[in-house]
Design a protein around this ligand. Structure first.
Ligand SMILES: CCC[C@@H]1NC[C@@H](O)[C@H](O)[C@H]1C(=O)O
Length: 599
C-alpha cells in the first residue's frame, strides 16, 4: 500500500517534471537482464513511446503477443537546486509489475498495473548530473494476481497470456512518469467529507504531513475568492450559500493546505474539490439528497496505436461523446483509470463507479475462454490473491477519494459469487474495506448471468447492485430474444418480490455490432439488432422503479484477445473504436436527452 498518492503539482515548494517521450525498451525473454547489467542501461534498444502499451507498435506477432520480462530505461538530469529536497519518481501505471533501479541501485518493486507508485530516489541520484532510471517489468497473468489469468508456455518455448477476461493484455508504462522534488517535510495526503444544504456547506478536512501538524487551510471559489479558512490537522471549512457540485452541472472549489514550521510555510498543496454528498437510501441513489438515475457506460482505456495508455485526446473525445449522448456516469471497467479521467469527470459533473482490476475471478469466464470449470475461490492461490486485491482496493480509494465525481467503489467484476467458498472471501473483503473511504461511499461488485438473484450467495455484501445481463446476445439471442426478455423479467420479479431494499443498476448489456452492417429485418451483428436489444432492455428498465441506472456495454469497441467469438476485438461499442457513432448512439441520445439532466 502506498503512503500517499497525491497527484503531482508544481508550486513554490514543489517541482513536477514529466519524463514522457521516447524511452529505451528491450524484451528479456530469458529473464537475464539483471545478470547482463541492464540495471544501468542496455545496447540495441527499441525507442518506445511513454506513456504507451508496447504491443500494437510492432509488425510481428511474437512482439505484439510478448509475455514475460521486458525493460525500460531513460536518462534524466537532476538539477542542483533540488539539493536538500526529497526526490522521487512517480509512475502512473506500470503494467503489471515493475522493479525500479536508479544508477544501477535497486529502489523498489511494485505489483499492480493500474495504480501509481512512487520511488524515493533521493539517495541514489547524482545532483547536477545525468542519471539513469531502468525498470524491469513483467506482464504475465497469474491466478494470484489482478487481473486474473494464466500464462501458458507454448511448445516453441514462447509464453502466452491466457486472460480470464476479454480485454487485451496491453502492457508497458501506460501512464506518465514524473520526476518530483518535494520538501523533506511535506504533505502526503488529505481527505474531505461534506455536509451540504441549500444555504450552507461544511467541508470536514484532514491533512497529513511527514512531520508536523501545523496547517493553514483555505477554500477558494471558482473566481479565486477565499470563502473559508481554518487551521490545524483536522477542521471544518463552512461555506455560506455554496454552489454545490451537481450531476452534469459541476462547480469546483480549490482547497489549499499550507504546512507551517515555526509559523512559516514549508510546503503547500492545492486541489480542486466539489461540495456534494452521496447516499443510498432504499432504492435510491442520492447526490445532494436528490435521486439520480444513472445513464452511461462501461468503458475501457483503449485506443488504436497506444493500446491501454492514457491519451488526453481520446479522453477529451470520450467526454464530449458522453455529453452529446446525454450520459451522466460511467464505470471505470475493469481497473482504475488515469487520474486525469477523474479530473475530467469532476469538471463535467459525470459520476464514476471506480473499479479495481479484480476481474476474471470466475473459472466459468476462463472456461468461456477455454479455461477450467472449478470454483475460483477454493483455489490454492486465494491467500496470495487476496493480499494483492485488498492492497489495490486500498490504493484505489487512497488515490481517488477526493474526487467529487467518484460515486461508488466496485471491488470486483463478475466474480464467482454462487459457490460456498465465495462467501468467506467477500466477507473479508467487505470487512477490510469498510473504513477506507472517509466519505463511506457505497461499495459493490458486478454480478453476471451465473449470479442471479436465485443463485448468488453474496447478495448481502453490495450497497447497491450492478447487474451484467446478456439475454439477446450470450443466450436467447436473435429471434429468441423474446424469451430473453421473459427470463430477465422473471429474475427482476424475484428481486421485486424479495425484501431487498437496494437500487439496481444494469452495468452491462449489449450486442456485438459490426458498424455498417444493416439488415431488414435485423440479424445479430447488424446495427438494427443492437438497437432492438437496447430497446428490449429499456422496456424492462421502465417497468421496475428499483432500477436506477442503465450503462450498456460498451462506450466504444475495444481490443480483446483473438478468438472465434471476436472480430478484431469486442464490438459491443455504441461507438466505434475510432469514436464514431453506430446507429444505436442516436437511439440512446434520443432516450437519454429526453430525461432531465439531473434525473
Ligand atoms: C457475459 C460476460 C460479458 C462480459 N463481461 C465483462 C466484459 O469485460 C466483457 O467484455 C463482456 C463481453 O463478453 O462482452
Amino acid at each position: 500500500m502506498e503512503k500517499g498518492l497525491l497527484y503531482p503539482v508544481t508550486n513554490q515548494f514543489r517541482q513536477d517534471q514529466k519524463l514522457d517521450g521516447l524511452w529505451d525498451f528491450k524484451f528479456d525473454p530469458q529473464a537475464q537482464g539483471e545478470a547482463k547489467g541492464w540495471t544501468t542501461g542496455f545496447d540495441d534498444p527499441i525507442k518506445m513511446p511513454v506513456p504507451a502499451s508496447f504491443n500494437d507498435f510492432f509488425t510481428d506477432k511474437d512482439s505484439r503477443e510478448y509475455t514475460g520480462d521486458f525493460w525500460y530505461a531513460k536518462k534524466f538530469f537532476v538539477p542542483t537546486y533540488m539539493d536538500g529536497q526529497t526526490i522521487q519518481l512517480r509512475f502512473g501505471a506500470a503494467t503489471h509489475r515493475a522493479t525500479v533501479y536508479v544508477n544501477g541501485q535497486e529502489i523498489r518493486s511494485h505489483e499492480g498495473g493500474f495504480l501509481p507508485f512512487t520511488a524515493d530516489i533521493t539517495d541514489a541520484v547524482k545532483l547536477g548530473q545525468e542519471n539513469i532510471v531502468t525498470l524491469k517489468m513483467n506482464n504475465e497473468l497469474h491466478r494470484d494476481a489482478l487481473p486474473a489469468g494464466d500464462t501458458a508456455t507454448l511448445k516453441n518455448g514462447k509464453k502466452m497470456a491466457k486472460p480470464f477476461f476479454d480485454f487485451y493484455n496491453y502492457s508497458g508504462l501506460n501512464r506518465s512518469v514524473h520526476l518530483l522534488a518535494v520538501p523533506k517535510n511535506h504533505i502526503y495526503d488529505y481527505s474531505t467529507t461534506y455536509d451540504v444544504s441549500e444555504d450552507q456547506a461544511t467541508v470536514h478536512y484532514s491533512v497529513q504531513a511527514t512531520d508536523g501538524s501545523n496547517f493553514k487551510v483555505s477554500l477558494s471559489d471558482g473566481d479565486g475568492k477565499v470563502v473559508a479558512t481554518a487551521e490545524g490537522q483536522t477542521g471544518d471549512l463552512v461555506v455560506k450559500n455554496p454552489t454545490l457540485w451537481q450531476v452534469r452541472d459541476a462547480y469546483l472549489y480549490t482547497i489549499k493546505f499550507e504546512l507551517l514550521d515555526a509559523g512559516k510555510a514549508v510546503d503547500e498543496y492545492s486541489d480542486e474539490i466539489g461540495l456534494r454528498t452521496i447516499e443510498i437510501k432504499g432504492h435510491e441513489i442520492l447526490v445532494n439528497h436528490k435521486s439520480v438515475y444513472l445513464r452511461g457506460f462501461g468503458r475501457h482505456e483503449d485506443s488504436i496505436y497506444a493500446g491501454r495508455a492514457f491519451d488526453l485526446n481520446v479522453e477529451r473525445r470520450d467526454m464530449n461523446l458522453m455529453k452529446w449522448i446525454g450520459a451522466n456516469s460511467f464505470r471505470s471497467s475493469h481497473y482504475p483509470y488515469d487520474e486525469q479521467v477523474y479530473k475530467f469527470a469532476d469538471r463535467e459533473g459525470i459520476l464514476i463507479t471506480d473499479e479495481v482490476p479484480a476481474v476474471g475471478f470466475k473459472m466459468a469466464a476462463a472456461s468461456f475462454l477455454g479455461g477450467l470449470n472449478q470454483s475460483f475461490f477454493d483455489g490454492d492461490w486465494i491467500d496470495e490473491l487476496y493480499k494483492k486485491h485488498i492492497d489495490q482496493v486500498k490504493d484505489m480509494i487512497k488515490r481517488d477519494k477526493n474526487h467529487p465525481s467518484v460515486l461508488a467503489w466496485s471491488l470486483c467484476n463478475e466474480p464467482d459469487t454462487s459457490t460456498d467458498s465465495a462467501v468467506p472471501y467477500f466477507t473479508k473483503l467487505f470487512n477490510d474495506s469498510k473504513d477506507l473511504d472517509p466519505e463511506q461511499r457505497p461499495r459493490t461488485f458486478t454480478l453476471n448471468e451465473d449470479d442471479t438473484f436465485e443463485k448468488s450467495k453474496c447478495l448481502k455484501f453490495p450497497d447497491f447492485y450492478l447487474l451484467n445481463r446478456y439475454p439477446g446476445w450470450y443466450h436467447k439471442w436473435g429471434y429468441e430474444i423474446s424469451d430473453g426478455e421473459a427470463g430477465l423479467r422473471a429474475e427482476l420479479d424475484e428481486w421485486k418480490n424479495s425484501d431487498i431494499d437496494k437500487p439496481i443498476v444494469f452495468s452491462e448489456y449489449g450486442a456485438d455490432t459490426e458498424p455498417g452492417l444493416h439488415k431488414l429485418p435485423s440479424i445479430m451483428w447488424s446495427e438494427e439488432y443492437q438497437i432492438e436489444l437496447l430497446d428490449m432492455f429499456d422496456r424492462v428498465f421502465d417497468s421496475y422503479d428499483f432500477i436506477r441506472g442503465e450503462q450498456p456495454w460498451n462506450l466504444a469497441d475495444f481490443q480483446t484477445v483473438e478468438g472465434n467469438m471476436r472480430v478484431n476485438g469486442n464490438k459491443k461499442g455504441i461507438f466505434t473504436r475510432d469514436r464514431q457513432p453506430k446507429a444505436a448512439a442516436f437511439y440512446l441520445k434520443k432516450r437519454w436527452t429526453s430525461l432531465p439532466l439531473d434525473y
